[in-house]
Design a protein around this ligand. Structure first.
Ligand code: MG
Length: 276
């Protein structure tokens, strides 16, 4: 789940999604172990959802699969009840960017579906999102999906002690712009994560290298580019949650939770068998 960047959007219910506190938290090794567990449960749930996803099912059915998997592995869904969000899963289809609420909508062939979910183990969080085309995708949509996922991994590469958040942000942005004239969502951003779903610092998907908060060993970040086929303007639907592209263009969203070490970042939400 993404957090709202307060300066760039009109006030909505989502204002309450701003991260708590100004300082990133540094985790103990016991906390990092629990974050790994939570992350693996998120990743395994995504694998199950990938297999379950098909045209003809409702978004509520996907939500039920996600909740059953998370609880079956001994964790708690992170989003259900979070500031009143009513479900385990955010399902955002086509022009929906993030925070779509599951319900009776039937998934159709050709839809681009983003599945965002979080899990809590022992009070520590994992948060990740994938976007998937249902059935045959157009070349345009395939490239959009590759661009979004590629930008996530470009950002993860820079998530290292000694770097700054701007190094992650600018790597995401540069990757997207190297792939084409896509819109990078600016009003919703990644975030620190730990004992809260949304902690400092904000992790924008655009920025300048060498700027922003320092990245230190023991921090954890949820990096989550949102990339539109059209422009970067967004609206929020009347449900107060669903963020859509203003121009109706399709959008993709990819997210991982990453632990900062003294070397390579550890991606808690990536499991064996996942692409990327
Ligand atoms: Mg998130």
């Amino acid at each position: 789940m993404s957090t709202r960047e307060s300066a760039t959007q009109p006030p909505t219910l989502l204002q309450s999604l701003s991260p708590r506190g100004n300082e990133a938290t540094v985790k103990t090794s016991a906390e990092l172990d629990l974050m790994w567990e939570a992350g693996q449960i998120v990743g395994k749930t995504h694998l199950v959802l990938r297999k379950a996803l098909r045209a003809g099912m409702t978004t509520h059915e996907l939500d039920a699969v996600a909740e059953r998997e998370i609880r079956g592995m001994g964790a708690t869904p992170a989003f259900k009840g979070y500031h009143g969000f009513p479900a385990t899963l955010c399902v955002s289809i086509n022009d929906e960017i993030v925070h779509g609420i599951p319900g009776g909508r039937v998934i159709e062939e050709g839809d681009v579906v983003s599945l965002d979910l979080g899990a809590v183990v022992g009070g520590l969080y994992g948060d990740a999102a994938i976007s998937v085309a249902v059935g045959a995708a157009t070349d345009e949509v395939k490239r959009l999906l590759e661009t979004g996922e590629g930008s996530l991994y470009a950002g993860i590469k820079e998530a290292r002690a000694g770097n700054r958040i701007g190094d992650v942000s600018s790597a995401v942005e540069r990757h997207v712009l190297s792939c084409g004239a896509y819109g990078i969502v600016r009003g919703y951003v990644g975030h620190g994560i730990g004992r809260q779903l949304h902690e400092a610092p904000s992790v924008p998907n655009f920025g300048r290298p060498g700027r922003g908060p320092a990245i230190r060993e023991g921090m954890a970040l949820a990096i989550e580019p949102m990339v539109n086929l059209g422009g970067d303007d967004t609206d929020v639907l009347e449900d107060g949650w669903t963020v859509v592209t203003a121009d109706g263009s399709p959008s993709v969203h990819f997210e991982h939770t990453v632990l900062i070490t003294d070397g390579e970042p550890i991606v808690t939400t990536r499991v064996a068998g996942e692409q990327g």
